[in-house]
Design a protein around this ligand. Structure first.
Ligand code: URA
Length: 435
């Protein structure tokens, strides 16, 4: 078999067989197929697409390209959760302690942020001493003992995807449905959970900008998961504006703690409740959404979910004091209000630009190696549909460098659009795809 022939086949719109897909995935992972041929293949797939069968073969091939986690030593039904990524998306920080407090064993692998989206591991490192670089043994033991553990993705888990994703990132081939679906699901399947709840973002801050594409992606991933014998659900949720108010690592941790104390933003709480409900149903801890919501609410108001977060932080080397005293988390030196020079209803927020403001302040990575400033970011005061008077505060910038703050302010103001007419707030949850 020759990679040249496979590229030509896909370029001409033909369908690749399982053997051909295995050949290219294995060859690329081991290095016998070079980047330039794989780039051409990715672009051919981008334009020609893949059918459901090809997407399944690609997913399975990447899933089996390296180590697969065996979670059978953990008691109970393991339910994983994954978000396709967004701005202000601190869901894992609040949701996983909530569901763990309801009895779902949480064995979660998370990633770091790149570009305008943040990563859970970076956020968690706001707790001094906390580490996700734990061994598989510690990971499994912690889940059995305290019900929750979060580790960084090992290099050996779906290495084909790791390599391919980095290639797609620099060849403008990320936002293709089959490629995203197989990338996410290969990692989820290799991470060994019994059931999976996906949060598929839609809107200006998401990979999938239109609802039609987001629903199609969600259905594709649910089909892949269920065909692999894992009960899979997908929630399609809004990413046309940041989730909650906080954007930036430690600021998002503080907002997640507020939420676990019952005083978080309504949209963020609603997302946690919706995803959490399906996690409880999938994990057989609730029969229906109402029962699940009652249990999740109790986990918050009893303080059990917050205590679970503290246990997680302590078990992985962090200082749990800041869970109960979030004022001890990293704090930026300067805080500056961004004042509105206009009056009207906010009609649109270019979500990715808000993520870029946090990145400009030092809160995100320009390259994989960049160091990040955990303390910086923004707190939004106004979101879509809100009425703003001239002179009112739109957001507060948290920074350590005045010059960067000036740049971020300029960028921020470009991201907000106003209307003189009332603007309807669009629903956070756009739909649910069940098995
Ligand atoms: N997240 C992934 O893991 N892969 C993609 O292709 C897109 C988002």
């Amino acid at each position: 078999m020759r990679m040249y022939d496979l590229i030509m086949k896909k370029r001409n719109g033909q369908i690749l067989s399982r053997d051909e897909i295995d050949f290219m995935v294995q060859g690329y992972t081991t290095g016998t197929i070079p980047d330039y041929q794989m780039s051409a293949m990715m672009m051919a797939i981008y334009f020609r697409g893949m059918n459901g069968q090809e997407t399944l073969y690609l997913t399975e091939s990447m899933e089996h390209s390296g180590e697969r986690l065996d979670l059978s030593g953990i008691r109970g039904i393991k339910v994983d959760k994954h978000s396709t990524g967004g701005v202000g998306d601190k869901t894992t920080l609040a949701l996983t302690p909530m569901v763990a407090a309801c009895g779902i064993p949480v064995a979660k692998m998370s990633g770091r942020g790149l570009g305008h989206t943040g990563g859970t591991i970076d956020k968690l490192e706001s707790f001094p001493g906390f580490s996700t670089a734990i061994s598989s043994e510690t990971f499994l033991r912690n889940v059995n003992e305290i019900g929750i553990a979060i580790m960084g993705q090992t290099a050996d888990l779906a290495p084909a995807d790791k390599k391919l994703y980095a290639l797609r990132d620099v060849t403008a081939t990320v936002d293709n449905m089959s490629l995203i679906a197989s990338s996410i699901m290969s990692k989820k399947l290799a991470s060994g959970a019994d059931a999976i709840v996906l949060d598929v973002k839609t809107g200006s801050g998401a990979f999938m900008k239109s609802q039609e594409d987001s629903f199609a992606l969600a259905k594709e991933m649910v089909t892949l998961g269920n065909n692999a014998g894992r009960k899979t659900y997908a929630i399609i949720s809004d990413m046309d504006q940041p989730l909650g108010f906080a954007v930036g690592n430690a600021l998002e941790v503080k907002e997640a703690i507020d939420t676990l104390q019952g005083k978080g933003p309504a949209d963020f709480l609603e997302l946690c409740m919706t995803l959490g409900s399906y996690m409880l149903i999938a994990g057989e801890k609730a029969e229906n959404e109402k029962e699940a919501r009652d249990k999740l609410t109790e986990s918050v108001y009893s303080g059990k979910a917050l205590d679970k977060l503290a246990q997680l932080i302590e078990a992985q080397g962090g200082d749990q004091t800041s869970v109960y005293h979030p004022e001890l988390l990293p704090t930026a030196e300067y805080q500056e209000d961004i004042i509105s020079s206009q009056e009207g209803y906010i009609s649109h927020i270019t979500c990715s630009e808000i993520g870029m403001c946090s990145l400009l302040l030092g809160g995100g990575r320009e390259t994989k190696e960049s160091a990040i400033d955990l303390s910086v970011g923004l707190i939004l005061r106004k979101k879509v549909g809100d009425f703003v008077k001239k002179g009112e505060t739109l957001a507060v910038l948290h920074g350590n460098d005045r010059e960067k703050m000036t740049q971020a302010r300029q960028r921020f103001l470009q991201a907000y659009s106003f209307s003189q007419n009332i603007v309807e707030k669009s629903p956070l949850i756009k739909g649910v795809i069940t098995p």
